[in-house]
Design a protein around this ligand. Structure first.
Ligand code: G3P
Ligand code: CA
Length: 267
């Protein structure tokens, strides 16, 4: 709901569907991404991990307890083993007021791009980068195979993100045209980077992702000075997005896309 007497977000402000439309469907499952598409997110966000048999899967935690009926690390299982797990029932139990989901499984990145092609834009996080760059290599190869990197600096069909500078440098080496976002979680708030750190970051990344609680106007001004995009996580109300915008954000990661739908658009 956008009150008429409140400021509104500009049309180019990015709404990034955090783990899909994850307030309304189990995160990282196909229904979650389908809903994000239906709700016209600018990007669908995918956390990426590698299975024991080197398959790229959409999954946030290093271990599988929270969102499946299994136990242990993602990297301890083959994709076939992970695929057999129930990745939806936890959501039904945690959110009984929401639509219920049956037999949702862990999906591969390939399944997601197969499903949506160029109909959506992808904002993919290398969650578990390995020092040998294998995950990054596989990721870039898959995106190339699906034609998602054609003229990517202009189309921004794909944005890649990581908390790991090493992973971002590997990706930059593989294809310097891919827009990269360096993620930070500033535990010691407010957000602060030195001029040298901004210089270094700007040499390979096109922007910064930052936790909402650490964002300040001064940090937003610095990001603008270095001509870096600034995306903020995780924001679930319109008023918080307005606050982030006023501090210099160009977009937000949200679980809650319905918060951003203007009721007048649907009349
Ligand atoms: O990728 C931005 C934001 O999602 C980082 O936090 O833990 O949800 O991956 P996390
Ligand atoms: Ca993420």
């Amino acid at each position: 709901w956008t009150p008429f007497d409140q400021p509104t977000l500009p049309a180019d402000f990015l709404l990034i569907a955090h783990r899909g439309a994850s307030a309304y469907a189990p995160e990282h499952t196909l229904p979650s991404y389908q809903l994000a598409y239906d709700l016209e997110a600018d990007y669908i966000e995918i956390d990426l991990q590698q299975t024991q048999d080197d398959v790229l899967v959409a999954f946030h935690d290093e271990t599988i307890e929270r969102t499946t009926n299994g136990t242990g690390a993602v990297s301890d299982y083959t994709y076939e083993e992970l695929k057999a797990l129930d990745a939806g029932s936890w959501f039904n139990e945690a959110f009984p007021e929401q639509k219920q989901f049956q037999e949702e499984g862990i999906v591969r990145l390939e399944d997601i791009v197969d499903e949506f092609g160029k109909e959506v834009k992808y904002y993919i996080e290398t969650k578990q980068p390995f020092t040998d760059g294998q995950l990054e290599g596989q990721l870039v190869q898959l995106l190339e195979e699906y034609g998602l990197l054609e003229n990517v600096a202009v189309t921004r069909q794909v944005i890649l993100q990581s908390f790991s500078e090493e992973s971002l440098l590997t990706l930059h080496g593989l294809d310097p045209d891919i827009p990269l976002i360096h993620l930070y979680h500033f535990k010691k708030e407010p957000a602060e980077l030195s001029a040298d750190e901004f210089d270094r970051l700007a040499s390979y990344a096109s922007g910064i992702g930052v936790n909402q609680s650490a964002l300040t106007r001064a940090f937003g001004d610095q990001a603008a000075e270095w001509e870096l995009d600034l995306h903020v996580y995780t924001i679930n109300t319109y008023s918080e997005a307005i606050d982030a915008y006023k501090k210099g954000a160009d977009g937000v990661f949200t679980d809650n896309l319905l918060e951003f739908i203007d009721p007048l658009d649907n009349e």
